[in-house]
Design a protein. Structure first.
Length: 170
């Protein structure tokens, strides 16, 4: 089951990579684009795994990870492969530098009975201790495995601040 999930993540990440490689240069936007990835639950796991691949510079199967991420958001999720990830990032100065430069927002509700709060909290701890210094972890008391307007407002504010979107308004 875990192998099937990892294969699906790899497929999704390759699709994103292919899209970026093919479409952005054609429209001349490659330098202007700020690319982020985010998700809820398993989508959050995919996003956090993608952050680890970005930092390390490779997918879990050792293929290069050429996508340049600007931000990562994980809501009610967890970090897969956290045991092997920490060693990979700590063994490379380039990986530590990329990890430190990537803004991450990890949010989790204390009442989540699908992906327990402790898994989200532990994921944030592993990421932070693995050179992801630009990480924000937000806790929502009573929040289960769903989102609420307060959380979405926090996501919007975080994205606006981290991606410089507030400066783009005239």
């Amino acid at each position: 089951m875990v192998l099937m999930i990892l294969k699906e993540w790899m497929f999704q990440l390759r699709m994103l990579q292919t899209y970026c490689q093919l479409s952005l240069p054609m429209v001349g936007l490659k330098r202007m684009v700020k690319l982020g990835i985010g998700g809820f639950s398993m989508g959050a796991a995919t996003a956090l795994y993608s952050a680890s691949c970005y930092a390390y510079g490779r997918y879990g199967n050792s293929n290069l990870y050429p996508v340049n991420l600007s931000a990562v958001i994980g809501l009610s999720g967890w970090l897969p492969c956290s045991r092997t990830f920490k060693y990979k990032v700590e063994s490379s100065q380039d990986a530590a530098r990329r990890a430190a430069s990537l803004p991450l927002l990890v949010c989790h509700g204390r009442g989540d009975d699908v992906v327990l709060y402790k898994h989200g909290e532990r994921s944030a701890e592993v990421l932070r201790s693995s050179a992801f210094r630009n990480l924000t972890f937000k806790t929502y008391n009573g929040l289960g495995h769903y989102t609420v307007p307060e959380e979405m407002d926090d996501v919007c504010k975080w994205l606006t601040a981290r991606l410089g979107l507030d400066r783009s308004r005239s």
